[in-house]
Design a protein around this ligand. Structure first.
Ligand code: SF4
Length: 198
């Protein structure tokens, strides 16, 4: 598929921001792996600067939520997330969410969660599996099973620091949804089960 420069796209009352195509995982159900994605071509011909992201958000206050999401891992561009979120907050954006694979602390080598305080209202972390072996099989993380434990530790750091923390799973063969919901509960996070829709 040709690469384009779609930095923001709207679904319902939510605006999604597509700031990178990079990710250390290769999940079996990733929309990047499907021929049609979500209907938009989100393959970027270059990664947008913070200014280019902000330019792609015409009226931040009109959305219920603005979500850093995209065809990749948004926190692989932590500085851009922080700069854009700060500016959106200043202009009155109602709510800001980051969808993440939860591996930022491992990626950067320190706890980045405090840097998101006051900028991010909700963090949705892809739990995806009830144990490291299943996670590795489904998500094929670059760092193997350590990535699963890093994701759980990241979630622990978020709970109590970021106002709303969600752990999510996609219904997929081998995923024990009930066991995943207990992990979320034990961590003090909300739980979201998603059906694969593409
Ligand atoms: S973590 Fe998200 S962006 Fe990365 S491969 Fe999995 S589904 Fe795709």
């Amino acid at each position: 598929m040709d690469k384009q420069f779609i930095v923001s796209y709207q679904i319902g009352e939510t605006l999604y921001l597509n700031i990178t195509n990079r990710c250390l995982n290769k999940c079996a159900f990733c929309i990047r792996e499907t021929p049609t994605g979500i209907g938009y071509n989100l393959w970027l011909n270059k990664e947008p600067t913070a200014q280019e992201v902000l330019a792609a958000i015409k009226e931040p206050t009109m959305f219920k939520e603005i979500v850093f999401c995209g065809y990749g891992e948004p926190l692989s561009r932590l500085d851009v997330v922080k700069e854009v979120a700060k500016s959106l907050k200043e202009t009155g954006a109602k709510s800001i969410r980051v969808n993440t694979n939860g591996q930022a602390n491992r990626y950067y080598g320190y706890n980045v969660v405090p840097e998101l305080v006051g900028l991010v209202d909700t963090i949705s972390i892809s739990l995806n599996a009830q144990n490291a072996a299943t996670y590795t099989e489904i998500c094929k993380p670059a760092d193997g099973e350590n990535s699963y434990y890093a994701m759980l530790e990241f979630a622990r750091k978020c709970v109590g620091t970021i106002p709303r923390v969600i752990l999510s799973v996609v219904e997929w063969p081998g995923v024990d949804v009930e066991a995943c919901s207990i992990i979320a509960q034990d961590l003090g996070a909300e739980f979201r089960q998603r059906k694969l829709t593409v």
